[in-house]
Design a protein around this ligand. Structure first.
Ligand SMILES: *[C@@H]1O[C@H](CO)[C@@H](O)[C@H](O)[C@H]1NC(C)=O
Ligand SMILES: *[C@@H]1O[C@H](CO)[C@@H](O)[C@H](O)[C@H]1NC(C)=O
Ligand SMILES: *[C@@H]1O[C@H](CO)[C@@H](O)[C@H](O)[C@H]1NC(C)=O
Length: 430
């Protein structure tokens, strides 16, 4: 009798190797329903805001016509609560017939016609978090096929109602099932968020092989406290997270809540800037039909988007925590540029923070130009020793795009202490 060895099974199922769908070489951008619209299924009382095809078509219209798509915001993503309560007779997921009367394929057609992409949601487990039919291990293949037939472009696979052992089998199994459909479908894995988000329980090398992005931590809520908690967790654990992000494989601190109810203008600028430092996916969860001009300006800041989308895809880090509650963040970018952010956790008044590039461990011989990303007019010309002062508002941020005027130095030799070499193929340190 032939008993296949474990390594033989690993070889035929291809575990440990690769998602390889060519997608998301830059952090994905778009819109995701959950934080703002949750599991609101009451289309009788709240027809404009319930989870229905109407809502996703409305958001697609806004993305396509209000300047978002051109900036890269091109995913329209469904989250939980889109399904009917039961699978059909052949075991397939079906959308709720009243809220999605034309079905998901028609919605995908509409979204593609607008030049956008459609993301869908399912949950590895008996139920979704909201209590809809889950993708149990025996349903992985049929669900992947269904999504591909509907011409969906992305899948977020949540992790309610399954054990750690089922997740360890199911998440890589879905990678294989998606690949087998022949349709490139980007894959967002909520797996690490259910396992505490840290090694040794979470193997980020492996996640990078099987997922395009992954939720490491708790869901964001519409509150500044929630944003701060996420910032603290991601930068507090940066040694465990930062090295594993890169083109095609991103840490996901969850949605942007800029444009919702809770954040002040300063807080909104801080969330957007720190998500750019993190090389985070930029999925807004807000109401694009009613968003304020002010929030839109922050979300459509071209220089911030350029920083977020930098082709090297190196996640940035917090490099300094001053005892007077000013923090400095740095992300290395292509063309020997860097993004520098000065963030205030103070609660009194604008703080005048004086430093120099030398104090921030820049060591090159170049002179630098610093463009203020929010106050677009300001350009500072700096030498290493030049002292400069930034004024940072409470809960606010000053973000700079710093580039050498004359590039005399090998790219980024300054920052090797913060960004240890990750491997021979790392373009950044060759
Ligand atoms: C993590 O996953 C990688 C890639 O599959 C594997 O080579 C490595 O041995 C794993 N590390 C641990 C500690 O299991
Ligand atoms: C499936 O994987 C193979 C090799 O790993 C890759 O070449 C191919 O592009 C993948 N197909 C899709 C649809 O992701
Ligand atoms: C997923 O795992 C099951 C065993 O649980 C296996 O039968 C199936 O072939 C796997 N599917 C894929 C696409 O690898």
């Amino acid at each position: 009798m032939f008993l296949p060895s474990l390594s033989f099974l690993l070889a035929i199922f291809g575990f440990g190797c690769c998602l390889d769908n060519g997608l998301m070489n830059r952090p994905p951008m778009g819109w995701l329903a959950w934080e703002r619209f949750r599991c609101n299924i009451d289309c009788k009382k709240d027809p404009k805001n319930c989870i229905s095809e109407r809502l996703f078509m409305d958001m697609a219209d806004r993305l396509a016509h209000d300047g978002w798509k051109e900036l890269g915001y091109n995913y329209v993503n469904i989250d939980d609560c889109w399904m009917a309560k039961r699978r059909d007779a052949s075991g397939r997921l079906v959308p709720d017939p009243e809220r999605f009367p034309n079905g998901i394929k028609a919605l995908a057609d509409y979204i593609h016609y607008k030049g956008l992409k459609l993301g869908i949601y399912s949950d590895l487990g008996v139920y979704t978090c909201g209590g809809y039919p889950g993708t149990t291990l025996d349903k992985i293949e049929i669900d992947a096929k269904t999504f591909a037939e509907w011409e969906v472009d992305m899948l977020k696979l949540d992790g309610c109602y399954s054990s750690s052992a089922e997740k360890a089998q199911g998440y890589p199994n879905m990678t294989i099932a998606l690949n087998a459909t022949g349709r490139p479908i980007a894959y967002s894995c909520s797996w690490p968020a259910y396992e505490g988000g840290l090694p040794p329980k979470v193997n980020y090398t492996f996640l990078g092989d099987i997922c395009n992005l992954w939720r490491n931590y708790d869901d964001i809520q519409d509150s500044w406290d929630s944003v701060l908690e996420i910032i603290d967790w991601f930068f507090g654990n940066q040694d465990n997270l930062q090295p594993f992000a890169g083109p095609g494989k991103w840490n996901d601190p969850d949605m942007l809540i800029v444009g919702d109810f809770s954040l002040s203008r300063e807080e909104s600028k801080s969330q957007m800037a720190l998500w750019a430092i993190l090389a985070a996916p930029l999925f807004m969860s807000n109401d694009l039909r009613t968003i304020s001009k002010q929030a839109k300006e922050i979300l459509q800041n071209e220089m911030l988007i350029k920083i977020n989308q930098d082709p090297l895809g190196i996640q940035g880090r917090r490099i300094l925590k001053e005892k007077f509650h000013i923090e400095v963040y740095l992300r290395p970018l292509s063309n020997s540029a860097t993004a520098l952010a000065f963030f205030s956790r103070r609660t009194d008044m604008p703080y005048h923070y004086t430093t120099s590039l030398k104090k921030l461990n820049y060591t090159g011989n170049s002179a630098y130009e610093a463009h203020d990303v929010y106050n677009k007019k300001t350009v500072h010309v700096l030498k290493l020793e030049t002292n400069f002062t930034v004024t940072v508002n409470p809960s606010g941020i000053v973000m700079w795009y710093v580039s050498p005027i004359k590039d005399l130095d090998p790219p980024h030799k300054d920052f090797q202490a913060y960004y240890p070499k990750r491997g021979e193929t790392d373009p950044y340190f060759l």
